[in-house]
Design a protein around this ligand. Sequence first.
Ligand code: PRX
Length: 632
Amino acid sequence: MSDRIHSLGGYFHEYQKSVQDPENFWARIADSFHWQKRWDKVLDWNFEGPDVKWFVNGKLNITENILERHLFTHGDKPAIIWEPNDPNEIHVTLTYKQLHEKVCQFANAMKAQGVGKGDRVIIYIPMVPEAAIAMLACARIGAVHSVVFAGFSATSLSDRIIDCQAKMVITSDGNFRGNKQIPVKAVVDEALTTSDTIEKVIVLKRTGQEVTMNEGVDIWWHDAIEGVSTHNIAEVMDSEDLLFILYTSGSTGKPKGVVHTCGGYMIYTSYSFKNVFQYDQGDVYWCTADVGWITGHSYIVYGPLLAGATSVMFEGVPTYPDPGRFWAICDKHKVNQFYTAPTAIRALQAFGTEPVEPYSLESLKVIGSVGEPINEEAWHWYHDHVGKGRCPLVDTWWQTETGGILISPLAGITPTKPAYATLPLPGVQLTIVDNEGNELKGNSVQGNLCIKFPWPSMLRTTYGDHERCKQTYFSSFPGYYFTGDGVKRDEDGYYRILGRVDDVINVSGHRMGTAEVENAINEHPKVVESAVVGYPHDIKGQGIYAYVICDMEGRSEESLQAEIKQTVTKIIGPIARPDKIQIVPGLPKTRSGKIMRRILRKIASGEVDSLGDTSTLLNPDIVEAIKTGAGL
Ligand code: PRX
């Protein structure tokens, strides 16, 4: 049965059905998948616990739905097309049949190294096909993967290993990115000095750079699969068994491990992929995200492969060897659906249209955006120069926690509107509440974006700390899942995401908690106190602005700023490095000692005319001093 929506009327019809009778709606979709045992009940839930179960007692293995299910109908179809960093290196195509063999073989190899159902495995690897193979091999044997973006530091990696008590790391010697060769294994070695649960490290040879191989722990990928069978019987998984943990930043200090489970995630990523991108069999789809983020999980690996699609994976960066690389790849592989982040669009827009012009881009049918609000200017540039005015632009809103796209146009089916994510997908029951938790009904309203009913790919918990899940997502507005985003519903009922309303900064589509960055800054021995806020950044959407009180003895401002940036890079990774650091004599505080971030945000944005009343602060004079220091 096709679960693809084909018309605007069809969308409204499906939406109605999904709200009136969610259980039947999702059961009908889930029935087109392969279950080893059908579920007893579609949904059990409450948002107080929270406790959400989809397809209760259903048994399945997600990889059978990706691999075996497609072998007979299109075993020879490309599943993954991998485009290397260097355009002169030959690309790799893996058909469904080949992917099946590689996943089964690596699954057997992992088992031989002592990993089994329920064990946690960290995948810290660049954008190579083996990243997808490793994820699927984990899913095959029931191990829980946690992919850590290969740009994170040894400290961040070690924190995640410790939090999930991982048994194995899968990594590579190094990573090619643009004209750089980045050490990867060396970071793992460092991380393992501060964590002690890892028994084995499997190392893929990618760059050929020199690495230390630790006797008894490290094993090369090629040695691990040597002579290993390509036959593997998939582990039987319960619908609610863990599929993966993915760490994400929040408004409190430590990143949390968002937990996704097998059944619901499978149904929703596949359903949303087919409908948002309107994928037709034979199309070539490309998402430029990294597998270290949720977009890479849901829309490079699971969603497309569950749908039997051809998914392009790219190792490099948009500007190497030149800013036409994305468009060269679109033409080379005749990409039909192209999905990227506003940051990439803005960065390429800065080069003008010249790098786009040599390419026809005629294969493109749909273009997409994800990760942060796309401003109107970038929307139009993308629509006109990449989509050539003929491709629908799907601005997709979702989160690590939502597992899949929740608000988006369905390409060519429902209308688009610049800078709007537009309408919810079927099954997604949105609501907007004011700060007191009152539901704002009707159109032309603005407030906090919440969801009132479960959808299959929602997070189930935060790993090892269910209370944190409850506090973060289900307590601000009891009875609802709170997204942390502000939203407007316009006069036509279309949704426009306004950005975070909590202490989370969205840098180039990546979430950074202000507290996390502050904690890292405070590790510098000369730092007394710090406060971090976001400010509008032309390319990154938001930049990181740090106000820091320092002991200046024996240091110049410049040297301290450089050292603080280095400290943050070392503790979290380059993505968290502050764009601006202002050394300040104090921070504006309320009488109860709380930092007034609102004022700091305004100063960082240069909006000093609207600071509001500062006379009630504990230290009103400090505001003037900070303004002067900022040159305002
Ligand atoms: O603020 C929203 C923003 O990114 C946040 C989720 O970040 P993350 O979990 O890292 O997932 C990013 C990829 C799904 C959201 O709370 N965000 C994501 N997509 C959009 C967006 N903001 C505006 N428009 C979007 N399309």
